[in-house]
Structure formats: structure tokens, C-alpha cells
Design a protein around this ligand. Structure first.
Ligand SMILES: [Zn+2]
Length: 344
């Protein structure tokens, strides 16, 4: 009798313990703090956020919650010195974030989206600091970029009150006309002109028969095959339609092989964010003189050989790109993009 009541007591204890565990699991799975923090971490893991928005130092662990950029420790020190009305600095790992702050970061969309606003008008003469820049250079640049908003389109600048990227983005939406997406989130067409390849890899004894395939989400387009040429000139225009949210544009160069499956000769990812964001900042490009409106910066994390400027040229938004092919022994590719927004 006694032992059975002990057994019952033990079972009850175990049941209570399991209930306790179950409720804790439920809280950590359903509780807001965990999922918010995870959304922030996911944003930090996005490719463009793996480098400081201001100096390109790798692995930034700080963020400006109102501006919406991830930054390194050194740049964080400068941001903090500007005051919280300019930049509210938080640690991604150590600080408590409100849901609103996380939502605002996500709405800005990360470093390349923020930089397409804050560095849209950066002139070729002004120097962006590198990871090892001295404090003076770093401070001057960060003050120009956010406090004085020198590189922001003038009509979008926030003149008084608290700095915030959401405000700038709202201004942007209201000044650049209606940019509601078309059917199925369609926002425009991307014309990709494949100009030429240089020093491509040899895949077929002495030479290769190269062609290029572009993939954007589910869409695939490709160039013609150029026979026996490691420096092929295509000058061929391909068209892709772009819906939101748009992924990276992937390109792969292949060697056409009549007898067996085609060999890969390198690849690269192209970030369309700088082109599309800066085009949307300006609205109708035919209203503007020729000028630079944005930039895709060369970094350790992309395949660019040089910074790639987004420009208005003859009333069209264009971007020339020089790519070093990845995962291959050699090869460069020259492209020109043109953005054609969806007309209502
Ligand atoms: Zn930095």
C-alpha cells in the first residue's frame, strides 16, 4: 500500500515537472521576445549586413535603430557621440530591443537599402572610410552622411527633429509618385546587356564555347553561344521581369558541349537593390539631367571588380557592372543594366 502511494506521488511529481517544462517551451516558442530577437538576427545575417554600413568592416555587432544600419564598434563610437536624436545605437546581442525598433530596422531593409538613400549622392571625390580609417576621417564621413545628410537627395532630407530612415522613406514614397506594385508585386523590367567576357576559363582542350545564363527567382534567360572564344563579345540584350521582394540576380557562364553536359566557367550574384532603390528614389528619370544617383560598392563579399555607379543617362536609369567570376580560375564579365519601372 505504502509503496503504491509513493509511486503515485512520484508520478505526480514527474507530471508536474513535465507540465512546467512544457509551459516553458511554449513560452520560448510563442513568446514575443524570442521571435523578435530572431527576426533581428535574421536581418543581421542578410549578406549586405555582414559588413559595417559606414566603413565595410566585417561582422558588425551594433546597429543604429532609427537609421536602420548595422555598424562596427568603431563607427558605433562615432554614432553615439552624435547623440541619440541623430543615431540611437544598440547592441544586436546585448541590448533589449522593442518590437517597434525591430520593425523599423526590417522596414529599412538593411545596409544596402539604407545606403542607397544615405549615399545616393556620394560624389566621386568624397572618401568613404575603410575598416582601418583613423577616427577623424571616420567621424567626418559619418557626420556628413547622417547629421548633415550631404549625400541624401535634397528633397528627402530631414531638416529638424529626430533623424529616422522611416521618415525619409515615407518622404520618398510621397514625392516619387505612386509606386504601388502592379499585379503579383510586379515593379518593373530589368534589361541586362551582356557586353563581353575577358580571359574566360579553358574547358575544352584549348578554348571554350561560352554562354551566360541569368536566373532571377523562377526566371531564366540566356545568351547565345560564342564558338571557340575566351574573350567573347555578345552585346546581347536580355529581359527579366522583377517582382517584389526580388532576390539576387545569379549569373553562370557555361561552356557549350555538344557531347556531354555543359561545364561551368564561373558564376556571380548581382545585388539589384542599389539600382532599383535609387531608381525609385528619383521617380521619372526623364525629369533629370545625367548624374549619379546611387552606387553598389565593391566589397569582400561581392564579385565586383570596381564600385558600380547607378546613373541617369539620357533619361534612363543605368548601371555598368564589371564582375570577377567566382569559383573559377579566371574570367571577367562586363554587363550593363537598365531599370524600366512599371508604368501605371
Ligand atoms: Zn564601421
Amino acid at each position: 500500500m505504502k509503496s503504491s502511494s509513493l509511486l503515485a506521488w512520484l508520478l505526480l511529481q514527474e507530471l508536474q515537472f513535465e507540465l512546467l517544462l512544457a509551459s516553458e517551451v511554449a513560452m520560448s516558442e510563442l513568446g514575443r521576445p524570442v521571435s523578435s530577437k530572431r527576426r533581428l538576427k535574421d536581418l543581421l545575417l542578410q549578406k549586405d549586413n555582414r559588413f559595417c554600413a559606414d566603413c565595410n568592416a566585417p561582422d558588425p555587432q551594433w546597429a543604429s535603430a532609427n537609421i536602420g544600419v548595422f555598424i562596427c564598434l568603431k563607427c558605433c563610437g562615432v554614432h553615439r557621440s552624435l547623440g541619440a536624436h541623430i543615431s540611437k545605437v544598440l547592441s544586436v546581442t546585448l541590448d533589449e530591443w522593442s518590437d517597434e525598433e525591430i520593425d523599423a530596422m526590417i522596414e529599412v531593409g538593411g545596409n544596402s537599402s539604407a545606403n542607397s538613400i544615405y549615399e545616393a549622392y556620394i560624389s566621386q571625390g568624397s572618401v568613404k572610410p575603410g575598416p582601418d580609417a583613423n577616427h577623424e576621417l571616420r567621424k567626418n564621413f559619418i557626420r556628413s552622411k547622417y547629421e548633415r545628410q550631404e549625400f541624401v537627395k535634397p528633397s528627402l532630407r530631414i531638416k529638424s527633429g529626430r533623424m529616422n530612415s522611416k521618415g525619409i522613406m515615407d518622404n520618398l514614397r510621397s514625392t516619387s509618385g505612386s509606386h504601388e506594385d502592379g499585379k503579383g508585386g510586379f515593379i518593373g523590367n530589368l534589361k541586362v546587356k551582356v557586353i563581353k567576357g575577358t580571359d574566360l576559363a579553358i574547358r575544352d582542350m584549348m578554348t571554350s564555347d561560352p554562354y551566360v545564363i541569368f536566373t532571377l527567382g523562377q526566371q531564366t534567360v540566356q545568351t547565345t553561344v560564342v564558338k571557340s572564344n575566351l574573350n567573347p563579345v555578345w552585346n546581347e540584350e536580355l529581359m527579366l521581369s522583377v517582382t517584389r521582394p526580388f532576390p539576387l540576380l545569379n549569373l553562370k557562364v557555361f561552356d557549350y558541349d555538344f557531347f556531354s553536359s555543359d561545364d561551368i566557367m564561373g558564376e556571380a550574384d548581382i545585388d539589384l537593390q542599389p539600382l532599383i532603390s535609387s531608381a525609385m528614389n528619383y521617380g521619372d528619370p526623364s525629369m533629370f539631367e545625367d548624374m549619379q544617383i546611387g552606387i553598389w560598392m565593391k566589397s569582400q563579399d561581392n564579385a565586383l571588380i570596381d564600385d558600380s555607379e547607378v546613373k541617369i543617362v539620357g533619361g534612363k536609369v543605368k548601371q555598368e557592372i564589371l564582375i570577377k567570376l567566382q569559383n573559377v580560375e579566371s574570367g571577367e564579365l562586363e554587363l550593363a543594366l537598365e531599370w524600366m519601372p512599371f508604368d501605371h
